[in-house]
Design a protein around this ligand. Sequence first.
Ligand code: R5P
Length: 315
Amino acid sequence: MEIKILGGNANPVVLEGICSHLGIAPTKHFVGRFSDGEIRVQIEESVRGQDVYLVQSTNPPAENLLELLLLADAARRASAARITAVIPYFGYARQDRKDRPRVPISAKLVANLIEAAGIDRILTVDLHADQIQGFFNIPVDNLYATPIFKRFFLEDFEEKISAEKWVVVSPDVGGIKRARLIAEKLWNLPLAMVDKRRPRPNVAQVVSVIGEVEGKNVLLVDDIIDTGNTIANASKALIERGALRVLVMATHGLFSGRAREVLGESPIERILITNTVFRRNRALPEKTQVLDVSGLLAEAIKRIHSSGSISALFL
Ligand code: R5P
């Protein structure tokens, strides 16, 4: 059984990157549009009996999700032996429970759609909440981007991180587990937390800072940057409470709306993200540095293909 890799238009950079790490060419395929805008998909070489990987993030527009579903349907009807969706950024994950009246559980609906399209397993990076794995009845490998950030700090960062000078901060209660993991993996740093409230969607208010940040350099850790309000407000509150500087480390950079301006005006010194979300012709906020996830995903694909363990990738 051979590895066959293809994808939609959501993340061509990661698709190319994975192929180049694996030393294979993408399987010939077409993902375009009919004249009225309807999505047209065709896999242009045989995948019969093969191990197929569909690389596609599901951030907006919703057509990214639809392209993934159509590619999966095409692969299934072409008798692929196994179809794995490689979803660098799993969008629609933030609504993962019914926490107010008359709202959908979007993450569960998307999981149902993915399974209905015939996908056999999922490989993704930093799911918004680990328990979303349970929305699927197929295996989900949820990689953490931590090893990529850790390598950056070891090999490319100009300074040495130490527990005397640095503190890891979560910008909200929901992110505390992620921040704690990173604090432990990065030289056992101390941990603090911002108490953030969301009076309505996309509005983030800081209520207080829990923990010691005075006189320290802050590594502010989040999974997603969307409007930028969460980390911009957190950084202001941290500087007001005596933090020396704030660096941000977040896996998925969506940067919607005024994020570029909001972050430009904030006291954040540097923003590290990964390329799980592709930004076609849209400028990143200044101070942003993008790290590549394709090596990590390629390694995971190699191991899934050969039925090897991927737990070694969870540094
Ligand atoms: C929230 O639970 C997430 O972890 C992020 O903090 C949030 O999605 C960031 O959104 P924004 O940049 O719009 O404040």
